[in-house]
Each structure stands twice: as structure tokens, then as C-alpha cells.
Design a protein around this ligand. Structure first.
Ligand SMILES: [Zn+2]
Length: 210
């Protein structure tokens, strides 16, 4: 039997390599060009599981609590994350509003939920035939989660308003910043090779049990 899946090409120089995973703490480099191929992270499943739970919890205050309070000529106003999207929409920037909504609200929520689902299954050793699908969706969504972009626009708006209005930072903003940190840790600590290996193990174990 020709097991072509046992081999993969180096993304940099196309050298055909046998697919093996180094131990945690070790690195796998391409023998020809030296590209870092794999670096298993310590306790990636446990870390991802814990960070996903924290992310889901933080998602609610980040979205529901006021981010900034603006007092201008005696009028006080507070804005939550979604009111920024609504404001863009009402300003005639519908396309921008949709992008901001997707990149800073919907995609992050789906991304964190998927990572919670996947790492939860791996943590408790539960086989599920959708695990591979979830992994692929999460991988593609990764590029579309852009919380930092929204953060940047808040900073720009605040700097602009500072001279003409009184600003008060709200708990929603702090939760949002914490969410950005959690999300960054989540993406950088997630060891995809290890996750795929564990998914494969669960699948073979399940088919052997049947
Ligand atoms: Zn190479």
C-alpha cells in the first residue's frame, strides 16, 4: 500500500520529508533549508482549553458593558462594541460596518467556540466525527479574527475626541483588551500538528473499538 500521507513537502524548498512529530520542547527543522517545521508546545491542549473558557467568559462583558463614556457639552453618552458597528452603518459605511461586525464580534465568537469544542473533546478524550471539520474551520477563521483593528479604531476615535469631549474608559474596554490578549495567547499556543495527531489517535481508537 502506498502511504503518501506519511510524507509531506517542506513549504520552503519542497523537499519530501517523512511526517514525524518531535517531542515537546524539541524542534523539527528541514534538513536542506533549515526551515522550522514543527515545534510542539507544552500542554497545548490543556492551555487551549483553559484559554478558550476564559475567552468565552470575557466575550460577554467585552460586548455588553460600555466601552467608552463620552460627555460633550453636558450630554453623557456610553457606547458598547455594537454601537460602534451601528454608528458606522448609520453613517453610510455599511460595508465597513459589516466587516467590523464580522472581524470583531461574529468571527471571534465562532473561533473561540470552535477552539473550546475541539480542545474540550481532546482534553476529555472524546471522539467526534466533526473534529476534523471544526479544525479546518478554525484554521480558516484565524485569518479573519481582527480584534486589534477594532482596538486601533477606538484609540484613534478617543484621541480625536479627547480635545472636545470628556472621556471615561469603561469596563467593556478593559474586557476587550483582555480578550485580545487571551486571543493572541490562544492562537500562538495552539499546536496544530499536535491537535491533528490527537484527533487521528481518537479516530483510530474509535474505529478499533467498533
Ligand atoms: Zn526545506
Amino acid at each position: 500500500m502506498n502511504n503518501s500521507s506519511d510524507y509531506h513537502a517542506c513549504p520552503e524548498c519542497d523537499l519530501l520529508l517523512k511526517a514525524t512529530l518531535p517531542d515537546v520542547g524539541e524542534k523539527a527543522h528541514c534538513p536542506r533549508c533549515g526551515l522550522l517545521l514543527a515545534r510542539p508546545h507544552k500542554q497545548s491542549v490543556e492551555r487551549t482549553f483553559a484559554l478558550s473558557i476564559a475567552g468565552i467568559i470575557l466575550f460577554f462583558p467585552a460586548n455588553l458593558l460600555p466601552m467608552v463614556g463620552i460627555t460633550m457639552m453636558g450630554n453623557a453618552n456610553t457606547g458598547i462594541l455594537f454601537s460602534g458597528v451601528l454608528a458606522l452603518f448609520n453613517e453610510g459605511l455599511q460595508a465597513v460596518a459589516v466587516v467590523v461586525f464580522l472581524a470583531s464580534i461574529l468571527f471571534p465568537l465562532v473561533h473561540i467556540s470552535l477552539s473550546l469544542l475541539i480542545s474540550g473533546h481532546l482534553y476529555f478524550n472524546l471522539a467526534n466525527r466533526y473534529l476534523a471539520h471544526w479544525m479546518r474551520w478554525m484554521h480558516h477563521l484565524d485569518e479573519w479574527v481582527m480584534l486589534e483593528v477594532y482596538m486601533l479604531s477606538i484609540i484613534v476615535a478617543c484621541v480625536k475626541l479627547m480635545s472636545i469631549a470628556q472621556l471615561k474608559l469603561g469596563w467593556g474596554l478593559y474586557a476587550f483588551v483582555a480578550l485580545i490578549v487571551i486571543n493572541t495567547l490562544l492562537t500562538s499556543g495552539l499546536d496544530e500538528a499536535l491537535f491533528w495527531q490527537r484527533i487521528e489517535q481518537l479516530r483510530t481508537r474509535k474505529s478499533n473499538a467498533n
